[in-house]
Ligand binder design. Structure first.
Ligand SMILES: NC(=O)c1ccc[n+]([C@@H]2O[C@H](COP(=O)([O-])OP(=O)(O)OC[C@H]3O[C@@H](n4cnc5c(N)ncnc54)[C@H](OP(=O)(O)O)[C@@H]3O)[C@@H](O)[C@H]2O)c1
Length: 274
């Protein structure tokens, strides 16, 4: 299966590295990338073909992965508009909707339909991401499987049933690492206030999040059950959780994610308005 990436930046580099580790062949991968240094780095590190603009070989692919910034997408697709022959197109661009991508990719009056839209998150850069995916109904099971295998090269995958859910994916796991970093910052501040130096407080905070995440991922118990298991009656954890509950922490976080989802919907409309 021949796969061409449009854009050879951070995320394409992570995907290509993960795909090669999982058995995709370098000879089957190509990258269309404007930057000369980035092209050289991709060719040298992975042995993939990297070109400045679409040529016949780059267009003669089975799958096209769109990996330029959302604001760059319309201009980047202009040279190939109406020139695809039914390829599966997988977009990883945050916020861009299938209808807008299809219009930019297709010929006038004939939008490209065979599209999958994905939202990875930044831990994908170290192979520990989670990606939400949504496929146009015209994409068959084999196309969905291909998209799942490509994005699965940088972490786990979750399919959405409805394109509107992609704004929720953006709000939960796309922006999610920032919420976790913020939590780590707060735990680190608490460590400093209780007498630890920066390095010690940071180590305690980061490794707690890392260990709890791994424990939750590997456990058959729901997170609520794991929480109850470390909360003894009258103990220290109970005191902390009571303080968080009094501050409305849980509901505040839910409201924050809902605010992110609403902003995602607004941005999607802005990005695709022309
Ligand atoms: N990084 C993440 O963690 C993350 C997470 C979720 C989703 N995403 C999505 O992934 C996509 C890529 O993000 P990224 O972080 O990898 O961005 P990036 O590092 O900026 O990579 C994009 C690359 O595409 C190149 N490019 C721009 N226009 C082009 C064109 N017309 N033809 C060929 N190449 C072109 C850029 O070159 P120049 O630098 O010269 O412009 C750049 O090297 C974005 O749409 C983003 O929304 C990223």
């Amino acid at each position: 299966m021949k796969i061409t990436f449009l854009g050879g930046g951070n995320m394409a580099t992570a995907l290509i590295g993960g795909m090669l580790e999982r058995g995709f062949a370098a000879a089957d991968l190509q990258v269309v990338e404007l930057g000369e240094a980035a092209r050289g780095a991709l060719a040298q590190r992975f042995g993939v073909r990297a070109v400045e603009s679409f040529d016949d070989a780059a267009l003669a692919c089975d799958v096209l992965v769109l990996a330029v910034k959302p604001q760059q997408m319309k201009a980047a697709l202009a040279p190939i508009a109406g020139r695809l022959c039914g390829q599966l197109v997988i977009s990883i661009a945050a916020g861009l909707r299938l209808a807008d991508l299809g219009r930019w990719l297709g010929a006038p009056g004939a939008p490209h339909a065979r599209l999958v839209r994905c939202m990875p998150n930044t831990p994908a850069l170290i192979g520990a991401g989670v990606t939400g995916l949504y496929a146009d109904p015209s994409v068959d099971a084999a196309g969905r499987e291909t998209a799942g295998r490509i994005l699965g090269a940088v972490g786990s995958t979750v399919w959405a049933d409805d394109e509107a859910q992609m704004d929720a994916v953006t709000a939960i796991s796309g922006s999610g690492p920032a919420y976790v970093f913020h939590f780590i910052e707060a735990l680190e501040s608490a460590g400093r206030s209780l007498g630890f130096d920066e390095a010690g407080a940071r180590r305690l905070a980061i490794d707690t999040v890392l260990g709890a995440g791994r424990l939750a991922a590997g456990s058959e118990d729901a997170p609520a059950v794991l929480r109850q298991k470390v909360t003894s009656k009258g103990g220290t954890t109970e005191a902390a959780l009571a303080s968080l509950a009094a501050a409305g922490w849980h509901d505040e976080l839910v409201a924050a994610v809902q605010a992110a989802e609403a902003r995602g919907r607004e941005l999607g409309a802005e990005l695709g308005k022309d």
